[in-house]
Design a protein around this ligand. Structure first.
Ligand code: ACO
Length: 347
């Protein structure tokens, strides 16, 4: 078996068969917000309730920062970690539903400018908490024919800005942050092996920001309405998540010709510790095989899997050749999974 990395730098249009993560990074806002602070704000909740029902102890809240600030910081770390020059990046894909500006420019274009790059394509992709999973598949598909060779994929959200801070059923769940990866050519057989993406659009009302878009623009009359913030049927989303997670992973495993027993490490979207625990049991994994950081960050939406991947890589939990399964679910309702054979140049 060939041991050297087969990236053919001098042949821009040649096919890159195996595409994987060659660098990771994350960035969080300055402000740490602990559960007790909701009580101090007058919300009828408690640290005990939040920890028991969700596993969340604290989250980071973007006050000064916007999505692009966090995305640029995470991207710089991922580029450094990949040991490449940023000029090698030839496309930027940003998964987010909470951009700096309501319509345009995209966070992708702001990231391109912030990194001091120019002319390469840069765009946003909207799939809520499943955004990073979708973006990984989209970016990899763009790379497979050799058109793009090093793509920056970022998951970023600042959903605390879209929460009604008087609604205890939603605001306690979300935190802000960004995670980034650089995708590049890796040794044959490594990298993204399979993805399975999906959506149940008929259930879009279960998780929605009802007003402030083209359907019902903000006006002087509705500007103070709680409907300009995230409305969620928590129970319905919970049921949707537990019903879909194992099914979507099994479909992707089959595509990759793998079984549940082959999974080395599981990086789920961090929405609720009980959902993660349910999935862990169904997949027959030990607690050591699952990455959980919801206690520290809450639900950072499109950023959650990318942040977790960066932390797990930093801690040395992702070994060369490991089968890594990620899974996401969220507004849309969207869902999806990526299966990776982890490639580490430090093996
Ligand atoms: N503190 C205290 N009590 C609360 C709080 C709170 N923060 N929030 C709700 N309650 C109350 C409710 O009012 C209810 O009271 P009642 O029985 O008197 O009516 C009681 O606690 C139980 O509420 P439930 O909604 O049944 O609580 P549940 O155990 O379902 O937990 C939760 C709620 C945590 C929201 C859960 O349903 C959940 O995690 N759902 C999934 C959310 C999710 O994963 N979203 C991801 C997608 S996000 C995206 O894509 C943008």
């Amino acid at each position: 078996m060939a041991t050297k990395n087969p990236i053919i730098k001098d042949a821009p249009n040649s096919v890159v068969r195996s595409i994987g993560v060659i660098g990771t990074g994350r960035a969080l806002p300055q402000k740490v917000f602990k559960n007790d602070e909701f009580v101090n704000l007058g919300l009828d909740t408690s640290d005990e309730w939040i920890v028991e029902r969700t596993g969340i102890k604290q989250r980071y809240i973007a006050k000064e920062e916007c999505a692009s600030d966090l995305a640029i910081a995470a991207a710089n770390k991922a580029i450094l970690n990949a040991k490449i020059d940023k000029s090698e990046i030839d496309c930027i894909v940003v998964a987010t539903t909470s951009p700096d500006y309501p319509l345009f420019p995209s966070v992708g274009c702001l990231v391109q400018s912030g990194l001091g790059l120019t002319d390469i394509p840069a765009f946003d992709l909207s799939a809520a908490c499943t955004g990073f999973i979708y973006a990984m598949e989209v970016a990899t598909s763009m790379m497979r024919n050799g058109t793009y060779r090093k793509v920056l994929v970022i998951g970023v959200d600042t959903l605390s800005k879209y929460c009604d801070w008087k609604d205890r059923s939603v605001v306690i769940l979300f935190g802000d942050g960004a995670g980034a990866v650089v995708l590049g050519g890796v040794e044959d057989g490594y990298g993204l092996l399979a993805s399975q993406l999906g959506a149940k659009g008929k259930d879009w009302e279960k998780l929605v920001v009802p007003i402030g878009g083209a359907k019902e623009p903000l006006t002087a009359e509705n500007i103070s309405s709680p409907d300009r913030y995230i409305k969620m049927d928590g129970k319905a989303v919970y049921k949707f998540a537990v019903n879909i997670i194992v099914d979507v992973i099994e479909k992707a495993l089959e595509k990759a010709n793998l079984k549940k027993e082959d999974i080395s490490f599981f990086i789920p979207h961090q929405a609720n510790k009980r959902i993660i625990e349910y999935a862990r049991e169904k997949l027959g994994l030990s607690t050591e095989q699952v990455y959980v950081n919801i206690d520290t960050y809450g639900n950072t939406s499109a950023a959650s899997i990318a942040i977790a991947m960066d932390e797990a890589a930093e801690k040395g939990l992702l070994k060369n050749g490991d089968i890594i399964v990620t899974v996401g679910f969220g507004a849309g309702l969207t869902y999806g999974t990526n299966i990776l054979k982890w490639y580490s140049s430090k093996k």
